[in-house]
Design a protein around this ligand. Structure first.
Ligand code: VGL
Ligand code: ZN
Length: 197
């Protein structure tokens, strides 16, 4: 059985948002059109407390898009985005949210970020998504959404690592492309056995 995993298609990642991905809103129609082709639709939602450690403004003197060491490894510092309950954390208003079976929130622990839909950035603290998918027999996963080179890539790589079949529909994603992160993410996905279509 096949699941469509729609990653972080939220106001803050679309043009005009706090961490806008160029053309991010341009994929909404394609994502909605894919939904009926799947046995299940899962939405992920980046969901950070105000004191989240990935926000540059929570680190004195730090610039957004710089990288700092954290207990679990290097972490990019982002502009404040997707604060719990804020307008920017809402799904894009055009997204067909009513079709979704499950909304999985991530990044709600202040001390650790969570790019992947499966694990926090320590790559070990689970979100629970793998168990949900396995319980429902959803072994074949297709990833779309934002951002291609962060949350989509990390999710697809973790899916492959966990033994799911993982595909990314590139036309239904958009990249941040920070210091070559798009090409790096594509190489890492291919190496992990993710299908890019
Ligand atoms: C994301 C940076 C920070 C994403 C989330 O959804 O790709 N990127 N938080
Ligand atoms: Zn985030």
């Amino acid at each position: 059985m096949r699941a469509l995993i729609v990653v972080d298609l939220q106001v803050d990642f679309c043009p005009g948002g706090a961490l806008a991905v160029a053309g991010g809103d341009g994929i909404v129609g394609a994502v909605n059109d894919l939904m009926p082709d799947f046995d299940a639709v899962v939405l992920t939602q980046d969901w950070h407390p105000p004191d989240h450690s990935s926000f540059a403004d929570n680190h004195a003197g730090a610039e957004p898009f710089s990288t700092v060491p954290m207990a679990y490894g290097p972490q990019v510092l982002w502009p404040r985005h997707c604060v719990i309950g804020s307008a920017g954390a809402a799904f894009h208003p055009g997204l067909a949210v009513d079709v979704a079976d499950l909304v999985i929130r991530k990044g709600f622990r202040a001390r650790i970020d969570s790019y992947s839909a499966f694990f926090d950035n320590d790559r070990t603290t689970p979100t629970g998504l793998a168990g949900y998918l396995r319980d429902r027999g959803l072994a074949d996963l297709t990833f779309v959404g934002l951002a291609h080179d962060f949350c989509v890539a990390w999710s697809a790589i973790d899916a492959a690592r966990l033994g799911f079949r993982a595909t990314v529909v590139e036309d239904a994603t958009r990249a941040i492309d920070l210091n070559g992160s798009r090409a790096a993410a594509q190489a890492a996905m291919r190496a992990a056995g993710v299908t890019l279509s």
